[in-house]
Design a protein around this ligand. Structure first.
Ligand code: DGJ
Length: 736
């Protein structure tokens, strides 16, 4: 077993692949953190706690227990006991007081990993992949029982954490804060990396050294958000893609979250992550349980790149599910940027006809096919076909598309309702709202109260009618506004704060029903572009729309940032028309293809209208995508360029796990005059093997030379050079 308990030392040791994580039970049953980092031999590291230094343990120095509490590195910090750093848990007890004091009671260690009721979480495919430690603690005065879960993966540098609370007392307890993980590092020598942005520029990478005080990211929008992704990494100041230490944290949740690094008075760092405590509340009646979502923790001793590759492997094998998990996704064409709301059956069939000739495999009908929707101001919630637009009905359209040899996909926004809809007129109380307050509109729509089963059931029955009426093989599940007036007309006053989490649980419930009842349908999540690109969503959909920004150059940043913890195989990426609809930039069609090839690949343009030359290059582009897709989906991703620092060029690689081949992609962003060829060092190859580039089979170069000396871009590309801004090139290296 890769988790062990040392009875004598009262210490726990968790070993993931090359990682060790240790903690200990000290005086009075407090759980304190000892070590997290590169694997070390099995020995007692309890001395690291300095329990012989001042402040002494409570047993030896009861007169100043508070100093001890504010100094001890806790595994799970409680509010009200003298630990003035960020707390993980806070309650309101029967007396209205907020102190909570969790102490060790018992533990158990077993192979495998349990599921989290109602929540997405990483899983094992067989019990040998991981071991789990459950530690039960109790707050004696209230009877609040907490179970801390730790799972250590055997072949990945991954440790996951979560917590379950149970009220074993007689009186109700309100939980006002329950974070899922806390790590107390012994120093403050880290930079914090986060993924921030806005609509159309999601997950831009930011990096800043830690300093005294609290540095946090969060969402209080009801979803993980465009602005901050539920990901943060603490990396050593010298860490780059290939060296240095990195600790990555990712929250498997799609609602309000909070992540914070706090540098304390003693220059230590406390990192915490979990559900955003702001406006959170959950009443636990006697006997009731609350399950908090999971935090995935990845350690890398060889830079940020290795951290990312560990996340990718974990998510591809142990989070993403369903029939498309290990499959190439059909090349789709989506009509959103082609037509927006202005389409009908004839228009869609004309796009499909042209697309099918070019080798595109699926037509996706985006927003605007239902109710009387002609723009974004109506009909959400009326999930029946607008036969004025879809003349002949949905089945006719889908059959016609199928006759062309193409699959058919459809767009829904199940969580929403327009004020101008039959649904809202019949059930105005079904919107998330606060009694006697005006509802705030956003994109002229409201959010349905998915905490209510009857609301979910009704929406699902409408979706089912559509899905059962024609051969639908793909769904794009969109979500285009954030929560305001958080409240539910179905919850009693003392449970109003529960709406945030109950809403997310409701979304998960419906996605679970959908994917269980329609296992053949490929589900793509989306939220106004990429506002819900999080591991929670990946549990239900193997791909997520990365951003509404389809510009190839802006996508370099978005996809680079996203790849810090999410696999490229999950990134929805399309070739669109130029000038680009978001930034007005013109880029070569070829470059747009090369950048979209990093993700799931598809088209988002009116194929009947684009320039002849672009249209003619689609079959070749699809052939190229097909050729490399297995490598992209299953290989190791190496970032070489970084357009957050260098805006002249970008490059990256996908290397087969057995190192037999590698795809190298290069984009020149700004052409420079009188500039010599660039030398770029490849990554991830076998140093002892020889490789040739596919177009030059006679020229064999060692992996060691390719990685340490590099390649001269201009020379290899002689005659097929990189000319002008935004040009791109791919190279395919094969082991000789
Ligand atoms: C936002 C999505 O990101 C777009 O791709 C598109 O589906 C629109 N919503 C439709 O309203």
């Amino acid at each position: 077993m890769n988790i062990n308990y040392n009875e004598k030392e009262r210490s726990f040791r968790l070993d993931a692949k090359d990682t060790s994580y240790m903690f200990k039970i000290v005086d009075d049953g407090y759980l304190c953190h000892v070590y997290y980092g590169k694997k070390v031999p099995d020995e007692d590291l309890g001395y690291l706690l300095r329990l012989d230094e001042s402040p002494k343990t409570p047993r030896e120095n009861m007169r100043d227990k508070a100093t001890f509490m504010d100094t001890l590195p806790f595994e799970y910090s409680c509010f009200g006991l003298g630990d003035y750093r960020e707390s993980c848990i806070k309650i309101v007890d029967q007396n209205g007081c907020t102190t909570v004091d969790l102490r060790y009671v018992s533990h158990r260690i077993y192979k495998g990993k349990p599921a989290l009721a109602g929540l997405p979480a990483t899983f094992v495919n067989n019990d040998d992949e991981a071991s789990t430690l459950e530690i039960t603690c109790i707050d004696k005065p209230t009877g609040l029982q907490a179970t801390l879960f730790y799972t250590a993966f055997t072949n990945l540098d991954v440790i996951t954490r979560s917590i379950t609370l149970k009220n074993t007392g007689e009186k109700p307890i309100e939980i006002t804060r329950v974070l899922s993980a806390c790590v107390d590092f012994d120093d403050d020598c880290y930079d914090m990396i986060t993924l921030n942005g806005s609509w159309a520029r999601e997950r831009h990478m930011e990096r800043a050294p830690l300093h005294h005080g609290k540095q946090s990211i969060d969402s209080i929008k009801g979803e993980s958000s465009h602005q901050n992704n539920p990901f943060a990494a603490l990396v050593s100041h010298n860490a780059d893609e290939d060296m240095g230490e990195a600790f990555g944290f990712n929250f498997v949740y799609s609602g309000n979250f909070f992540a914070q690094a706090e540098v304390t008075q003693h220059k230590k760092t406390r990192f915490v992550m979990g559900i955003n405590p702001l406006d959170f509340g959950w009443k636990l009646e006697s006997g009731e349980e609350f399950v908090a979502p999971e935090v995935v923790m990845v350690h890398s001793d060889s830079g940020i790149g290795k951290m990312s590759r560990t996340f990718h492997d974990l998510y591809r094998q142990n989070l993403i599910r369903g029939e498309y998990k290990d499959k190439r996704r059909p090349v789709l064409i989506n009509n959103w940027e082609a037509t927006y709301f202005n389409f009908d059956t004839d228009k869609l069939i004309s796009i499909a006809k042209e697309a099918s000739k070019l080798g595109i495999e699926m037509l996706v009908m985006d927003d605007g096919w239902f109710g009387h929707r002609e723009s974004d101001n109506s009909s959400l919630g009326d999930w029946f076909v607008n036969e004025k637009k879809i003349k002949g009905g949905l089945k006719y359209l889908v059959d016609e598309v199928n006759k062309l040899g193409m699959k058919f996909g459809i767009w829904f926004e199940p969580e929403m309702v327009s004020p101008d809809s039959e649904l809202y007129k019949a059930h105005p109380d079904w919107a998330i709202q606060v009694k006697n307050r005006e509802l705030t509109m956003s994109r002229e729509q409201y959010i349905l109260d998915f905490s209510r089963k009857e609301v979910r059931d009704y929406v699902y029955s409408m979706m089912k009618n559509i899905l059962d009426s024609a051969n639908i093989e793909y769904i794009k599940w969109d979500m285009n506004r954030q929560v305001t007036e958080p409240g539910s007309l179905a919850l009693p006053p003392e449970r109003q704060r529960e709406i945030w989490h109950r809403y997310v649980l409701g979304v998960y419930d419906l996605m679970n029903r959908l994917t269980t009842d329609y296992p053949h349908i490929l589900l793509e999540n989306c939220s106004g572009g990429g506002a819900r690109f999080d591991p929670g969503m990946l549990y239900y959909s193997p791909q997520i729309w990365t951003s509404d920004d389809t510009d190839a150059i802006e996508r370099l940043k978005i996809q680079h940032g996203t790849s810090l913890c999410y696999p490229c195989s999950a990134m929805g990426a399309h070739v669109s028309d130029c000038p680009n609809h978001t930034v007005g930039r013109n880029t070569p069609f070829k470059t747009r293809g090369h950048v979209a090839m990093v993700g799931t690949f598809g088209y988002e343009l009116d194929v009947t209208k684009i320039p002849e030359e672009d249209r003619n290059s689609i079959p070749g582009q699809i052939e190229e995508f097909n050729k490399y897709n297995a490598l992209v989906r299953t290989g190791d991703h190496y970032r070489i360029g970084n357009t957050f620092e260098n805006i002249e060029w970008d490059a990256w690689m996908f290397v087969a796990k057995d190192k037999s081949e590698a795809l190298f992609e290069f984009v020149q962003i700004l052409a420079r005059p009188n500039y010599r060829s660039r030398r770029i060092k490849l990554k991830g190859l076998d140093p002892d093997a020889y490789y040739y580039e596919e177009s030059e089979p006679d020229r064999k170069i060692s992996g060691a030379a390719l990685m340490n000396a590099g390649i001269n871009i201009a020379k290899i590309w002689n005659g097929d050079g990189i000319y002008g801004d935004f040009s791109s090139k791919i190279l395919h290296f094969i082991k000789a």
